[in-house]
Design a protein. Structure first.
Length: 83
């Protein structure tokens, strides 16, 4: 069985499929508005020099999330297609 991990654990170049979106209220609504929904593929592009925020690519656009926000999103790790 494939286990889901929190989004902020993905390294640059790794892709994951969103399996669960946690959070409540305004944060959850914001995630949905940004296209962060179950079944979408998300790519970790790069980390900021001090590690926060992290840049992601989802639905063709770039998105920066803080690690604490990314910890609310669970993904299934996809094969590394980078390279």
């Amino acid at each position: 069985m494939i286990e889901s991990i929190q989004l902020h654990f993905l390294k640059p170049g790794q892709r994951g499929t969103i399996s669960k979106v946690n959070g409540t209220g305004a944060l959850r609504r914001r995630f949905v508005e940004m296209g962060i929904i179950k079944g979408e593929t998300i790519l970790t592009e790069r980390n900021a020099p001090l590690g926060d925020p992290v840049a992601y690519l989802i639905k063709g656009y770039h998105l920066a999330l803080r690690r604490e926000e990314a910890a609310q999103i669970e993904v299934l790790l996809n094969e590394d297609i980078h390279g």
